[in-house]
Design a protein around this ligand. Structure first.
Ligand code: TYD
Length: 148
């Protein structure tokens, strides 16, 4: 399964804390896009898609949510509740976000510009593509340090 938890260094002093993201340093790709998800009801499931090309790094900067990832063979479900921890998810991994706390802000760094045509939103179609091509690293290898 192509995912990896990343711990970020916290810069801090008596005034408070700060975390910095730098592409190809503590973010394992060139960052083309940043978005964040907020004010999502706890009963809602978001995501439910795989991206053919885009790699993501998810950081729950406020509150908590759960992330389910699935490569067609294995499903894992993680709690994200720390602003100093990221979850890297490679392209072609099915992902779902759920159990959002009322104050959840889920920030996402992405390796590609938004392109709806690279989304697979149908799970059966995802299984077909994933099973046929063994393509969990289809568009570029993840270097070993980012593989798990
Ligand atoms: P969607 O993919 O459904 O969100 P989620 O993965 O959280 O379930 O996207 C919601 C809307 O936002 C949809 O209209 C597409 C748009 N969108 C952008 O315009 N740019 C982006 O970078 C993203 C991620 C979504």
């Amino acid at each position: 399964m192509d995912y990896k938890f990343v711990d970020f260094n916290i810069k801090g002093d008596e005034r408070g804390y700060l975390i910095a993201f730098e592409e190809n340093v503590n973010v394992p790709f060139d960052v083309k896009r940043v978005f964040y998800i907020f004010d999502t009801k706890g009963s809602v499931t978001r995501g439910q898609h795989a991206n053919k090309n885009t790699k993501h790094l998810l950081i729950n900067i406020s509150g908590s949510c759960r992330i389910k990832i699935d490569n067609g063979k294995e499903q894992l479900d993680f709690l994200l509740n720390r602003p100093d921890q990221g979850l890297f998810i490679n392209n072609m991994v099915w992902k779902e976000m759920h159990e959002f706390s009322y104050n959840c802000i889920l920030m996402v760094l992405a390796s590609e510009y938004y392109d709806e045509t690279e989304y697979i939103r149908d799970y059966d179609e995802y299984l077909k593509i994933a099973n046929n091509s063994g393509l969990l690293t289809v568009n570029g290898e993840v270097s070993d340090i980012w593989k798990q």
